[in-house]
Design a protein around this ligand. Structure first.
Ligand code: MRU
Length: 366
C-alpha cells in the first residue's frame, strides 16, 4: 500500500538487520508514525496495546517477537519464555498461536548458533506468505465484485465491511479489502460502506483512512445502519475479515459481525468472509462454544478519543460517571449465515467437508 505515494508494509526489518519497525495504529488516523521494537517485551507490548492489531499482523509481529527474544538469548528457555509471553497477549486471533508454532518448529531442533538466522528467515517468510495469500484472496473476490458490476450494468458496486480487515490488519493488501483494492485497480466502480466498529472504531479510524489513501470511495456509517441499508438495496455484498475460523466454517470476527450476518441473511444480501488459511483453527468445531472471546477494558466503551478543531487529541467520557460497561471484542457468526469463504485456494463453502478438501495438509497435521 502507498501512504502519500510511498510504498509501506505494516511491519519490516530495520536497516540494522535485527530490530523491527511497525506502524503505530493507535495514532491513526490523526498521525502516521512508526515505532521501533527491540526486545521481546516491546513486541508483546505492541500486540497487547494494539499498536499492531488484526489477526494476520498479530501473527507476523509475534514471529518477529520471537526473533527479538532469540537475538538477545538463543537458548531453549528464551524460546519458551518468548512463546509464552507472546501467546498471552491476545486470546482470540488464532494467527498468533499459528505463528508461534511455526517459529518454534523452525528453530527448536537447530544448534544455538543457527537459531537467530533461522528465526529471522521464517519470520520474513510468514510476512511474505501473508502478502501472497491476501493477493490470491483478492483475485478470488474480485470476480464477485466484477459479477455484481455486470449485473448492475456497470453501476458502482456497494460493499459493506466491518472493522478493519484491511492493509493495516495484515502485512499488506488486507483480507476483506484485497478484493476491493483489486477491483478498484482494475477500474471496476466500487464503493465501500465502512462500519464505524465501536468501541475502538477500527472502521472509522483505520479502514476509512486506508481506503482514502488508496482512492477508494467510501462512506462511514454507524454500526447500526447496515441493516437499514441492506433492506433498501444499497448493499450488494458484505465482505468481512476473520480472527479465527473453525473446522466447520464458523467465523469469529470483531464484535458486531454476527448482527451484520443476520441482517444480510434476512435481506438476501450475500455475506462473504475473507479467510487466509493461517486463520483456520482445525482443532475447534463449534465456534460459539469453543472460541475464547477477548474482553477488554470498559474505558473503550465509556470513552471516545478524537481530534479537536484546533488539532489536539482528546479523550472524553460519554456515559454518566460511574456507569458500568462491558467490552466484548469479538463474536461468532455461525457457518449457516455465510455465503462463502474467500480463501487463497478459491471460493469455498463454509462447511467442514469443503474446508478439509481445500486444506488437506492442515487436517493431516491436526
Ligand atoms: O481487535 P482487532 O482490531 O485486532 O481485531 C481484528 C480485526 O481487525 C477484525 O476482527 C478483522 O475483521 C479480522 S483481522 C483481518
Amino acid at each position: 500500500m502507498k501512504v502519500d505515494g510511498k510504498p509501506w508494509r505494516t511491519i519490516w526489518l530495520e536497516p540494522d538487520g535485527w530490530s523491527v519497525g511497525v506502524i503505530d495504529q493507535t495514532q491513526l488516523p490523526h498521525r502516521f508514525v512508526s515505532t521501533r521494537l527491540t526486545t521481546l517485551d516491546e513486541a508483546a507490548w505492541a500486540i497487547k496495546s494494539m499498536v499492531v492489531r488484526g489477526a494476520p499482523l498479530i501473527g507476523a509481529a509475534a514471529a518477529y517477537g520471537v526473533c527479538l527474544a532469540l537475538h538477545a538469548d538463543a537458548s531453549d528457555e528464551s524460546l519458551d519464555r518468548a512463546c509464552a509471553a507472546l501467546a498471552a497477549t491476545r486470546p482470540t486471533a488464532i494467527n498468533l498461536r499459528w505463528a508461534l508454532d511455526q517459529m518454534a518448529r523452525a528453530v527448536r531442533n537447530r544448534p544455538r548458533g543457527e537459531r537467530v538466522a533461522a528465526a529471522y528467515a521464517r519470520a520474513q517468510e510468514i510476512a511474505d506468505e501473508d502478502v501472497a495469500i491476501n493477493a490470491a484472496i483478492g483475485r478470488v473476490g474480485v470476480e464477485l465484485i466484477e459479477a455484481a458490476a455486470a449485473r448492475k450494468n456497470g453501476a458502482r458496486v456497494n460493499v459493506l465491511t466491518h472493522c478493519n480487515a484491511g492493509w493495516l490488519a495484515t502485512v499488506d493488501i488486507g483480507t476483506a479489502t484485497a478484493s476491493i483494492y483489486t477491483a478498484h485497480d482494475r477500474g471496476i466502480p466500487v464503493h465501500v460502506y465502512v462500519d464505524e466498529t465501536r468501541p475502538r472504531n477500527q472502521g472509522a479510524a483505520l479502514t476509512a483512512w486506508e481506503l482514502q489513501q488508496h482512492g477508494v470511495p467510501c462512506t462511514v456509517i454507524a454500526d447500526n445502519a447496515g441493516g437499514h441499508l441492506m433492506q433498501h438495496g444499497q448493499v450488494d455484498l458484505v465482505i468481512v475479515g476473520v480472527d479465527r475460523a473453525t473446522s466447520q466454517g464458523d467465523v469469529c470476527n470483531k464484535i458486531g459481525t454476527y448482527l451484520k450476518a443476520l441482517a444480510a441473511h434476512d435481506t438476501g444480501v450475500p455475506f462473504y468472509v475473507a479467510l487466509p488459511s493461517p486463520t483456520i483453527d482445525f482443532s475447534t468445531r463449534d465456534g460459539v462454544a469453543e472460541i475464547p472471546i477477548e474482553e477488554r477494558g470498559p474505558e473503550e466503551v465509556t470513552h471516545l478519543t478524537g481530534m479537536t478543531a484546533d488539532g489536539r487529541i482528546e479523550t472524553v467520557r460519554i456515559v454518566p460517571e460511574g456507569a458500568v460497561a462491558a467490552n466484548y471484542a469479538f463474536d461468532v457468526t455461525p457457518a449457516r449465515l455465510i455465503t462463502g469463504l474467500l480463501t487463497e485456494r478459491g471460493l469455498i463453502a463454509a462447511r467442514a467437508d469443503a474446508l478439509a478438501a481445500a486444506f488437506p495438509e492442515r487436517i493431516a497435521k491436526g
